[in-house]
Write a new protein. Structure first.
Length: 328
């Protein structure tokens, strides 16, 4: 069997669904997505011809993306912040491997840890493709994102570590990652893929590859929680307690401030390169050129709510837990 034949439909570049559709409609378990699955369907499937940079060699970085200006600045902020977030996720996931109750969960979270480390790397490397200096890119990201780390990422990190490390609550940790963190941030990743595809094909592919991974993370995490609640219905109050704390967390961190600033830069850059965009639609019936920063932020929030309702219903939980939450 060739590597292509071995690639699961939901992991193959040309057949994988979009993140929102996949996260809403697919059912995958930790046993489905074990180490063998990752080695064949992901390493030899999703990442074929894209392992080093996250994009195909034919997906070039246009010259206009290397020129100083609001478009390059917007993408730099996005990639820098996402790289830092993925680095944090990688470090957090080590505790999921340590606390895994069985081999299927251990193997799955070991592969997710590699996924997140890869995302951080390709986001950083694309900054270098945009003209950042490779020798100083890590320090430059830290400097650029210092305020974002302190005001957004640090509270999320403390919240996560309290549950998965200090309390040793594996299933609570799964809820944090699946619902509170990735469940909130994933729709914005979908928006990123759509936004950058006509302007920077390489960035669009990088986001596409990360989104294929996120489908797996969200669906497997949901199945782990669903099975645990079926077997241990007494855990439900604890889970709802964690979700309420997560709702409070997102109501307090100033993520919108950072996202809107980035989208305002994108708006200016988009106007400067309107000829490249033309009638391209960001979502059905809506031209990207006709959208505003606030509309793009709001649609990511709407997608967050829609995805939460579907996944929470699958787990037997109330689907409106976030109701107006974040869209970083």
């Amino acid at each position: 069997m060739t590597a292509h034949e071995a690639t699961a439909h939901e992991a193959a570049w040309d057949t994988a669904p979009g993140l929102l559709d996949g996260a809403k409609n697919l059912t995958l378990t930790a046993a489905d997505c074990d180490l063998a699955y990752w080695l064949t369907s992901v390493a030899q499937g999703t990442l074929r011809d894209r392992a080093a940079t996250g994009h195909h060699p034919d997906a070039i970085v246009p010259a206009h993306m290397r020129e100083p200006g609001p478009l390059r600045e917007s993408l730099s902020l996005e990639l820098g912040f996402r790289s830092l977030s993925e680095e944090l996720a990688t470090r957090l996931l080590a505790y999921y491997v340590v606390n895994a109750p069985g081999i299927p969960e251990l193997e799955f979270y070991a592969t997710q840890m590699i996924d997140e480390a890869r995302h951080a790397r390709v986001f950083r490397d694309h900054l270098v493709e945009l003209g950042w200096q490779r020798e100083t890119v890590l320090a430059d990201i830290d400097e650029m994102a210092a305020d974002y780390r302190r005001r957004v990422l640090d509270p999320v990190e403390r919240f996560s570590l309290e549950i998965v490390r200090d309390q040793g609550d594996f299933y609570g940790g799964v809820a944090v990652f699946t619902i509170v963190i990735e469940g909130v941030l994933a729709p914005a990743a979908e928006l990123s893929e759509r936004k950058w595809t006509p302007l920077d094909p390489a960035a669009g592919e990088i986001s596409r590859g990360a989104a294929i991974d996120e489908i797996r993370h969200l669906t497997v995490g949901s199945s782990i929680l669903r099975s645990h609640l079926i077997d241990n219905p007494g855990y439900r109050p604890r889970l709802l307690e964690i979700l309420e704390a997560g709702r409070k967390l997102w109501s307090e961190v100033p993520d919108r401030e950072f996202v809107i600033h980035r989208e305002e830069l994108f708006q200016k850059g988009m106007a400067e390169h309107a000829g490249l965009i033309g009638d391209y639609e960001l979502w059905p019936g809506v031209r990207m050129l006709d959208t505003t920063p606030e509309q793009r932020y709001d649609i990511a929030e709407q997608w967050t709510d829609e995805m939460a309702q579907t996944r929470m219903a699958y787990m037997g939980l109330p689907g409106d837990w976030l109701s107006g939450g974040a869209a970083s």
